[in-house]
Design a protein around this ligand. Structure first.
Ligand code: CUA
Length: 363
């Protein structure tokens, strides 16, 4: 192979190496914005599709004319190179046409854009009857969800009922974050001191076992990429049951199971209770995730399945799942610590789980 040929082959290598990136182009990944489940997401998708097809039409027309011209007017073999083509200066009809055409395109895009913006952003859009209001606070690197009208607070896992409007008041406790539930529409920044909001109505029938994926979409340093959360869309009955469970949490009893009791002691002794509130059990700090009814959560740290193994891994070394986060490492690998971790896991997983919480009168 001569040098030129080798060079040509070598030029293909970066292109081949980039091919796996196409795997990111699936429509149905967890962060898809194509499989929409709310009114706002559907409006946004239709605006995107309109923009896409118009853009594609412009591309086809412009490239078509370009290709037509370079083939039609290419230099012929018998062309006299000294022959200079006829020189023209402007073409009024053409100039008017290519000024008006983009204006028409902009108008076609502007009308639905303004309509959607008014639907989403107007102050009259801010409140509605019968909506679920959630005050969302972004922290480095987790989410607090407070339901002021229901008097409950949760972390990293949001519950909303299907078919009913949900309004989110967005506030940040530190730096910029961004609230984004891809299948429900979005996204909107959380800015310290600024009163932002976002709303949508999850479709009737969008309630499902599997929670919807959601993610902080604004670079907020450290563990930004791990600042995920889950949105559980419930049927009306499931939502009411979830709310009643949290509202009744301060009255709950802790299981008399010895491991759970030992875990409760360890939770206090290791200082967990100084940060993490558990209704009726521990008054922590607003700055850290509320763990009330933690046994009902589906995730650890906002991103891993809430299995005993994952929760133990998180407690043992919080830097493994979410590098850079502010939870201290309380365990050094000393003897007896694994039993303590196991007990804390049993305690946390017993919270809000009916058969355990009603099993005993002991607090
Ligand atoms: Cu919060 Cu990125």
């Amino acid at each position: 192979m001569n040098f030129i040929k080798r060079l040509r082959v070598a030029r293909m290598i970066p292109a081949i190496l980039l091919l796996p990136l196409l795997a990111g182009c699936t429509e149905m990944g967890p962060g898809t914005t194509f499989d929409v489940r709310s009114n706002i997401a559907r409006e946004q998708l239709s605006l995107f599709m309109l923009t896409f097809w118009l853009g594609l039409a412009v591309l086809v027309v412009v490239c078509g004319i370009f290709l037509f011209v370079i083939f039609k007017f290419r230099v012929q073999d018998d062309h006299d190179k000294s022959d200079i083509p006829e020189q023209t200066h402007g073409h009024t009809a053409l100039e008017i046409a290519w000024t008006i055409a983009p204006v028409i395109l902009v108008i076609i895009l502007a009308v639905p854009t303004i309509r959607l913006t008014m639907l989403q952003e107007s102050e009259t859009a801010r409140t509605a009857d019968n909506d679920i209001v959630v005050n969302v606070t972004g922290y480095q690197w987790w989410w607090k969800f407070e339901y002021p009208e229901l008097g409950i607070t949760t972390a990293n896992e949001l519950h909303i009922p299907e078919g009913r409007r949900a309004t989110f008041n967005l506030e940040s406790a530190d730096v910029l974050h961004s609230f984004w539930v891809p299948q429900m529409g979005g996204k909107k920044d959380l800015i310290p001191g600024q009163d932002n909001f976002l709303w949508f109505i999850p479709d009737e029938g969008s309630a499902q076992e599997e929670p919807y994926y959601a993610q902080c979409a604004e670079l907020c340093l450290g563990a930004h990429a791990y600042m995920r959360f889950k949105v559980k869309v419930d049927t009306a009955e499931d939502f009411d049951a979830w709310v009643a469970g949290l509202q009744g949490a301060s009255l709950q009893k802790v299981s008399a199971d010895p491991l759970v009791q030992q875990g409760k002691q360890a939770y206090i002794q290791k200082g967990c209770a100084g940060c993490h509130t558990i209704e009726g059990q521990a008054v922590g700090n607003e700055r850290y995730p509320n763990l009330t009814n933690y046994g009902q959560r589906s995730i650890v740290a906002g991103l891993e399945p809430n299995t005993p193994e994952n929760l133990a891994t998180w407690i043992r070394d919080p830097q493994i799942f979410k590098p850079g986060n502010y939870m201290p490492t309380l365990f050094s690998g000393a003897e007896g610590e694994e039993e303590q971790i196991e007990a804390i896991v049993a305690y946390l997983h017993s919270l809000g789980v009916d058969d355990l919480s009603q099993a005993s009168a002991e607090r």
